[in-house]
Write a protein that binds this ligand. Structure first.
Ligand code: MN
Length: 241
């Protein structure tokens, strides 16, 4: 991260962030709601994210820079209400460089039941470290489910812990990654894994999930391949712009 040669230049990062918004809309992970952000590699206390806008409609001009307090810097356009999800996870997880928050359908049942979301196949192997459930009611009785301030963002980050995914009871989920392509990949395959796990639960059990060791190894094996789906998704998402 401190290696300058490895740092993406700012305009390439913003182009990838715009692409990420469109890919996640195209893949059905985000609809009019949800957001994706990227940490500023030049100033790790800051991050980039769109202003309040449906992800499918995001262009480079809509990206705002946010400070350590999750407030937009020198930009009066309306930000996302739940921007504190991003700011507080970046503050507590130095390894995280990109974050997706979504309300995608398939993860919702796992946030309201006692059945944990677990990796059913290698594409979602990163779930080996767990997908804890954040119940906002434990933090605040008079909640409206939304992460609307820093204290709630911090509590969510605490639930995430060292995991890559946190489910949010009655709301959605948040996934993290070391770069934009990785977090997009994880958001897409978290949703697919939830669909597949639900299907498999209708069959004769008990189900066989990836072991922690398989999960760890498959995560490493997938990492160098992510450039392939990313190139495909990006080409599709930016076509006809
Ligand atoms: Mn939300």
């Amino acid at each position: 991260m401190t290696d300058n040669a490895a740092m993406p230049n700012p305009s390439a990062l913003l182009e990838d962030l715009v692409a990420a918004n469109r890919i996640l809309a195209m893949e059905g992970v985000l609809d009019a709601y949800g957001h994706v952000s990227a940490r500023n590699p030049q100033d790790p206390t800051r991050f980039f994210m769109s202003r309040s806008l449906a992800p499918e409609q995001v262009t480079a001009g809509d990206i705002q820079e946010y400070g350590h307090d999750s407030e937009p810097i020198g930009d009066t356009r309306k930000p996302y209400l739940e921007r504190f999800i991003h700011g507080e996870i970046y503050r507590t997880r130095p390894d995280v460089m990109a974050i997706v928050h979504s309300h995608a359908d398939s993860s919702i049942p796992f946030g309201i039941s006692r059945t944990p979301l677990k990796p059913v196949y290698h594409m979602a192997s990163f779930l080996w470290s767990g997908a804890p459930v954040f119940d906002i009611r434990r933090e605040r009785d008079d909640n409206d489910l939304l992460i609307r301030d820093r204290a709630l963002g911090e509590a969510l980050a605490r639930s995430l812990g060292r995991c890559q995914c946190v489910l949010m009871r009655g709301h959605g989920m948040t996934v993290v990654g070391e770069n934009i392509p990785e977090v997009v990949f994880r958001a897409v395959y978290t949703e697919k894994n939830a669909q597949l796990q639900m299907q498999a639960m209708r069959l004769d059990g008990p189900l066989t999930y990836l072991s922690d060791e398989e999960g760890r190894r498959a995560t490493e094996s997938n990492r160098p391949t992510i450039e392939r789906p990313w190139a495909l998704w990006k080409a599709r998402a930016l076509r006809g712009q």
